[in-house]
Design a protein around this ligand. Structure first.
Ligand SMILES: [Zn+2]
Length: 176
């Protein structure tokens, strides 16, 4: 998940210095999409919006400035409450791109590495962007309380791309 990079030598003793290059994690981005979809200005607890039951990687998005959390004052313990930043909202909505990689050394950011990627590229093939964002094929929002009518395997037949069918307010059926 992280690549060790040799970034130079210590000026004093000559021992090699290393940094870690990490890719933005698709599951964390999927959780961000759900957070942005649900967000109404109030912090939301991690348990409510994560794309998987326990998303231990979600806090990596802080490195990109996409999310912020309340640190709970003097206590180091996280409150578990998160909010998307304005940047995070724009990214989730597909309005801006981010660098795919971050390079850190002792938890300090050294730099971000290209390429620039969209939210859909960050999600990869494991997640369906429209379903995460509660949109139908035309990019309109659908009633999130509606359950998919059924699930079917997509035309590619590999079982990866299950398609969800929704009934819109006007009664028409759309799928994503
Ligand atoms: Zn040294």
């Amino acid at each position: 998940m992280a690549t060790k990079l040799k970034i130079g030598k210590c000026k004093h003793c000559g021992h090699p210095e290393y940094a870690w290059k990490k890719r933005i994690i698709s599951t964390a981005v999927a959780s961000l999409c759900k957070l942005v979809k649900m967000y109404d200005g109030q912090p939301i607890h991690l348990d409510v919006f994560t794309a998987k039951a326990s998303d231990r990687n979600f806090n990596q998005l802080k490195l990109w400035g996409l999310v912020e959390t309340e640190s709970g004052g003097a206590q180091k313990r996280s409150s578990g409450l998160w909010e998307p930043t304005g940047f995070g909202i724009m990214f989730a909505k597909g309005e801006i791109r981010v660098m795919e990689y971050v390079v850190t050394k002792q938890n300090e950011i050294i730099r971000f590495d290209p390429p620039m990627i969209t939210v859909r590229q960050a999600l990869g093939k494991k997640f369906n962007y429209r379903v995460l964002m509660g949109m139908n094929r035309q990019g309109r929002r659908v009633d999130l309380n509606q359950r998919p009518l059924n699930l079917a395997v997509g035309p590619c037949g590999d079982g990866e791309h299950g398609e969800s069918y929704y009934r819109d307010e006007d009664g028409s059926v759309s799928y994503s």
